[in-house]
Design a protein around this ligand. Structure first.
Ligand SMILES: NC(=O)c1ccc[n+]([C@@H]2O[C@H](COP(=O)([O-])OP(=O)(O)OC[C@H]3O[C@@H](n4cnc5c(N)ncnc54)[C@H](OP(=O)(O)O)[C@@H]3O)[C@@H](O)[C@H]2O)c1
Length: 296
């Protein structure tokens, strides 16, 4: 821990070290390029929807934006997991007053229509959307079943498209806003163990570019992010053997695995007025991973 602390300066990353989120046995010195801080601004009285907010990046983003004063709507497929997330966010959500949990399967248009109607009833508008819900079906091309294919496409692509479509009138009601779509580094390089997953992420990145241009006249910005290897439930499920983590880490120029907080900070920036001149872009949040992997 000392070696890592020695290269840290003040800011959110240092907090991650203090919290034990960064593994000092990272196979090389972790590198911090710039200071960062969690002074997220511009969210007071804002309403933000986060799909897939029960764990990982969605939950971390919900926490950060609640801390910044936002009202947050989170979704997930399971009431017990939504309740658990609400408990974890209780303190930062003013005992739940600024948090609205809605069970909604992103693959179901009926659920998405109901979600939009519930947000309209409660808030009347939306200022931001993090279309984050996703599933990681990791199968090589020969093993992908029709069921795997349909699930990946239904949640990761169709779900993102119709989430945006159904909530657009709520962004219009706010006079505009910002949408961030969670893609993946795999859209830039492909991934042999996840050809369909990578293709769904390429699809939603393309969606961000097209919608970013299409919706600009309505004051709505649309961007995607491409996380690298981020330690979440999905990462743990795909990489259950901790021994494999060193090999993964060694591919990353910054020599550490990403944390959900790294993504939350970037999403907050893209949802905030500080990024008001950025639209139709993809931002890689991957410790330099994509630049270190040869293009296919
Ligand atoms: N971890 C990584 O290394 C990595 C890298 C690149 C991109 N990503 C992307 O990051 C996003 C978030 O994943 P994560 O890594 O934070 O994993 P995670 O902790 O497993 O979170 C996934 C979230 O998506 C929700 N979800 C899954 N299917 C859903 C559906 N049909 N309807 C509504 N919600 C659904 C889950 O909620 P319930 O299970 O409670 O329903 C959960 O809240 C995903 O889009 C993923 O593809 C992850």
């Amino acid at each position: 821990m000392d070696a890592v602390s020695a290269v840290c300066r003040r800011g959110a990353w240092e907090t991650q070290v203090d919290l034990g989120l960064v593994d000092p046995k990272a196979g090389g010195e972790a590198v911090v390029m710039t200071d960062s801080n969690s002074d997220v601004t511009g969210f007071h009285d804002r309403v933000v929807l986060i799909t897939g907010g029960t764990s990982g990046m969605g939950l971390a983003t919900a926490r950060l934006l609640l801390e910044a004063g936002s009202d947050i709507v989170i979704t997930g497929r399971d009431d017990a997991r939504l309740d658990r997330a609400a408990e974890q966010l209780d303190k930062v959500s003013d005992q739940g007053a600024r948090l609205f949990t809605v069970r909604a399967d992103s693959a179901s248009l009926t659920d998405l229509e109901r979600l939009a109607a519930l947000i309209r009833e409660r808030h009347g508008r939306l200022d931001g959307v993090f279309a984050n819900a996703g599933v990681g079906v990791f199968q090589r091309s020969g093993e992908v079943t029709e069921q795997d294919f349909d699930l990946s496409v239904d949640v990761n692509f169709k779900g993102v498209f119709f989430t945006v479509q159904k909530v657009l009138p709520l962004l219009d009601a706010a006079g505009g806003g910002s949408i961030v779509i969670n893609a993946s580094w795999t859209l830039h390089r492909g991934l042999a163990v996840a050809p369909v997953y990578a293709a769904t992420k390429a699809a939603v990145h393309n969606l961000a570019r097209t919608l970013g241009s299409d919706l600009a006249g309505r004051g709505i910005r649309v961007n995607s992010i491409s996380p690298g290897y981020i330690v979440t439930e999905m990462f743990d499920a795909a990489n259950p053997d901790p021994a494999s983590h060193d090999a993964i880490r060694s591919q990353v120029p910054l020599r550490r695995l990403g944390q959900a907080q790294d993504i939350a900070e970037t999403v907050a920036f893209l949802l905030s007025p500080q990024s008001s001149y950025i639209t139709a872009q993809d931002i890689a949040v991957d410790g330099g991973l994509v630049t270190a992997i040869p293009a296919p």
